[in-house]
Design a protein around this ligand. Structure first.
Ligand code: CTP
Length: 364
């Protein structure tokens, strides 16, 4: 309120065990909402959901994160979140053991993938005299985060292309040659750009994050990915090619399912189009970021940065347990064609995405 916001307050049943309704309505200067069926409005959750420009849940308990992760809506707060398209910011607070539980890890990863913003928790004093990670961040930090989320983005006016996921090259109607890419890195890159105000064209073989700035083309094969990517080059400022594209495909796709009784087939392979090379050739003014999934040493990446004619190459060692396919974290090295290298620590894919855009904005 001091920062000029209009405020509506929802108190859950659990919250009322700690603070009374009167306390918060006195502070907010208006009645607080506690009940999905209060008889005052026929649909309090949709009224609140449509009115809010952002919904902040502070403190967010482990139980609340679990409910939100499965999309539950049995109380006023969760129903309001379900009914809203506004950004959602959660500030978790709980004991360390609860924060570190595999179930809470799963729920937080799910919420992040669904586009929820999280702030904290931090290390500090907890209830019952305990100390550890799980303390809610200070209110000022929550307010700064709200202002950052609602403020103008530093990618306003930019149009970017992101490719994500692994391609599938059909052998017959049932089988394909694929790879282990989950699309998480590409999706994180698309979502971060969208949140920063860019118009994002996402060409992907997997499910895409939901954001009004992202337009999605879903593809399967390298050929389809190439066609979709090359059709979206007009007015393109930056392209980030995070997809794991097959280099070869079966030269012929069998129309019928290949029969076991005919014995092991021999697949004659042919090259697929190089999506990235096609973007470089057709749209030379686009700032081009390539990815390189390597196994073991990243030495090859420097040569690849030159060979692929990119402005920036993001290399990662996919054989590490904390990096590469399917993980929620990534450990990458940035390489420029002139041989500059920047090794980043292991970070969440969301953080890698954010830093990557910071780097692109700085360099282009
Ligand atoms: N790429 C692409 N189209 C292809 C192959 C790769 O667009 N048919 C892109 C990837 O999205 C990635 C970059 O090129 O951004 C590097 O991919 P990678 O497979 O590591 O490179 P290759 O050229 O295939 O090199 P190598 O096989 O020697 O590792």
């Amino acid at each position: 309120m001091e920062a000029g916001a209009e405020l509506e307050v929802i108190l859950t049943d659990a919250a009322q065990q700690f603070v009374g309704q009167q306390t918060l309505s006195a502070i907010a200067g208006r009645p607080v909402h506690t009940n999905l069926f209060d008889g005052l409005s026929p649909s309090p959750h949709t009224d609140l959901a449509r009115w809010a420009e952002i919904i902040v849940v502070a403190p967010a308990t482990a139980n609340f994160l679990a409910r939100a992760a499965i999309g539950g809506g049995s109380d006023l707060l969760s129903a309001t979140l379900l009914a809203s398209r506004a950004p959602r910011l959660f500030a978790p607070a709980m004991h360390t053991e609860m924060w570190e539980q595999p179930a809470t890890r799963r729920n937080t990863a799910q919420l992040l993938a669904d586009g929820v913003y999280l702030v904290g928790p931090v290390e500090g004093a907890l209830t019952s005299g305990d100390h550890g990670t799980g303390r809610m961040v200070e209110p000022d930090e929550i307010i700064s985060e709200v202002i950052r989320i609602l403020g103008p983005g530093d990618m306003d006016g930019l149009t970017v292309l992101v490719t994500a996921g692994g391609t599938r090259e059909p052998i017959d109607p049932v089988r394909y040659i694929g790879n282990r890419s989950s699309g998480k890195m590409g999706n994180a890159i698309a979502l971060d750009a969208a949140r920063r105000g860019a118009r994002v064209r996402l060409v992907t073989s997997v499910g895409a994050p939901d954001h009004e700035n992202i337009s999605v083309v879903t593809v399967e094969s390298a050929q389809e990915m190439a066609e979709a990517a090359w059709a979206s080059l007009e007015g393109l400022d930056v392209a980030v090619m995070a997809a794991a594209v097959a280099d070869f495909r079966p030269g012929k796709t069998s129309e019928a399912k290949i029969d076991r009784s005919s014995g092991p087939p021999t697949l004659a392979m042919e090259p697929t189009p190089d999506v990235l090379a096609g973007v470089a050739e057709r749209s030379p003014e686009t700032y081009l970021v390539g990815f390189a999934a390597e196994v073991g040493s990243l030495d090859r990446a420097i040569d690849k940065a030159k060979r692929k004619k990119v402005d920036l190459l993001v290399a990662n060692d996919v054989s590490r347990p904390d990096s590469g396919f399917g993980t929620d974290t990534n450990q990458v090295m940035l390489v420029t064609p002139d041989g500059q290298q920047d090794v980043w620590p292991t970070l969440s894919k969301a953080e890698v995405a954010h830093r990557l855009w910071d780097t692109v904005l700085e360099r282009r």
